[in-house]
Write a protein that binds this ligand. Structure first.
Ligand code: PRP
Length: 217
């Protein structure tokens, strides 16, 4: 019998969307739709075993081979640079990494800029590329609070709908990079389960292409 492909999905809304894509191309696992607290689901007939993991942990499972493949945001891939293959842009979970500041903020380039973020490496690379000196303030969430309370001048964070910024009187001052969900693979698994992983990737790629064509029509 064929070995199952172990798939780490990000728990939450994005994971559910992504699972629907896997399901649509033949990798269904009906038990995953049951409302319970289980974290592992498998369907031998379809050759898959899914795990729900914290979104920022997907790359850890995949890099260490506990999962063969997984779905992670480009933000996490840029921030942590895990040693994995990035196989496919799933063109979902679209958002952007941006610099935001209180409405009307005027930057004084001669001063050190205080930057609050969860994404220290992305911020370091971005400001490093501009030769700008910054004081990095590492926070773990509710980043938008920092400039409101005077803890930082700006934030580097994810903007999806822009609602959080608007509701806190902040605005985007610079876009850094577009973000979307990516299919990633463990490097060894990609060799050992090559045919299975490539088949799955090709089917998902077709599904993404069809969706994109539909969206453009
Ligand atoms: C993310 C991000 C923003 C928000 C952006 O936060 O850090 O706060 O979503 O989305 P919007 O543009 O649609 O408002 P998340 O919900 O992940 O929580 P966090 O505060 O823990 O970062």
């Amino acid at each position: 019998m064929k070995e199952l492909i172990n798939i780490a999905l990000p728990k939450g809304r994005l994971g559910e969307k992504v699972y629907s894509m896997f399901e649509a191309v033949g990798y269904d696992c009906p038990s995953i739709r049951e409302n319970n607290r289980k974290l592992i689901f498998e369907n031998e007939a379809a050759g898959v075993r899914y795990f729900w993991v914290k979104p920022s942990d997907v790359t850890i499972y995949v890099e260490r081979g506990a999962a063969d493949i997984g779905v992670a945001g480009k933000d996490i891939l840029l921030e942590y640079a895990p040693d994995v293959y990035e196989l496919l842009d799933l063109c979902t979970g679209n958002c952007r990494m941006a610099v935001a500041a209180p409405v009307g903020f005027r930057d004084d380039p001669s001063r050190t800029l205080r930057v609050a973020t969860k994404f220290q490496n992305i911020a370091k690379t971005y400001y490093g590329g501009q030769g700008r000196e910054i004081d990095m303030i590492h926070l773990n969430g509710s980043i938008e609070l920092a400039p409101i309370l005077g803890l930082s001048d700006v934030i580097v964070d994810i903007v999806e709908t822009g609602t959080t910024l608007r509701e806190n009187h902040l605005e985007v001052v610079e876009n850094i990079v577009p973000i979307s969900a990516r299919l990633i693979a463990n490097k060894a698994s990609y060799q050992f389960k090559n045919a299975q992983i490539r088949e799955l990737t090709e089917r998902l790629a077709e599904c993404v292409a069809k969706k994109q064509a539909g969206a453009e029509a």
